[in-house]
Design a protein around this ligand. Sequence first.
Ligand code: AMP
Length: 284
Amino acid sequence: MSLTTIVGIAALRARLDAERASGRTVGFVPTMGYLHAGHASLMARARGETDVVIVSIFVNPLQFAPSEDLAAYPRDLAADTALAEAEGVDVLFVPTETEMYPDGVVRTNVSVAQVSAGLEASTRPTHFDGVATVVAKLLAIVGTCRAYFGEKDFQQIAVVRRMVRDLSLPVEVVACPTLRDPDGLALSSRNIYLLPAERAAAPVLHAALLAGRMAIDAGEVNPAKVRALVADLINAEPLAHLDYAEVVDAETLQAVDPLVGELRLLAAARFGKARLIDNIAAGS
Ligand code: AMP
């Protein structure tokens, strides 16, 4: 089947309701566009596991703070359409801002306590309310589905999982591994902002997390020591400006001391205009 681009909420609902009525399952990949191989891996997974694959592209103003890169966020609908088509996507949902927020104001805010605090929220306090609100809306539009999210945004998955559970949404959340360039840099639409020297420096984020994992594998159970090790490695790179380096429980995202069980190492740093995040698994 060929790719159909849909802009309207009602048209999308009608199409997906018809698909489900015919017994077909729906796989949903929400994105902000400027698609790369990381997004493509989510689409491929959905393609393999569900009958009808829908990808949304919506640069959600709610999740950007006034100081952030909303206006400058990269967009390329022609390239995105070609990538989605090559991945065998059935429906590309590209709502306008007016379609999503007709009177320009949102008075309903979805806020997921605890998992939305700390880490990313320490420098972006309103970010996850914006994410949860738009994802709740997108899931309400798409309806019963499997929804595919990348582990690159690890805290986002925890927020979405918890929201889906708390609101009894008819959605199965599927977490997919992070795709990386050969030097370890996680693929991101924001990598386009990196100047050549910053691009060369950026893999330090992943390298520092790997060093943290090695320390844990070697028996380090003191979270402060692991945090300091990861932070020192990132700070040693003059082009990196560290936001945070953390090690938390992989399930609750809460601090854990001593370091036992399934853990997640996460870090964020700015390289010039790009703010990059990364995370890896550690522990048992
Ligand atoms: P974004 O367009 O950045 O909002 O990302 C849309 C989805 O793609 C989210 O679920 C991301 O976690 C996921 N994603 C982004 N980068 C990667 C990557 N390098 N590998 C796998 N998934 C990714």
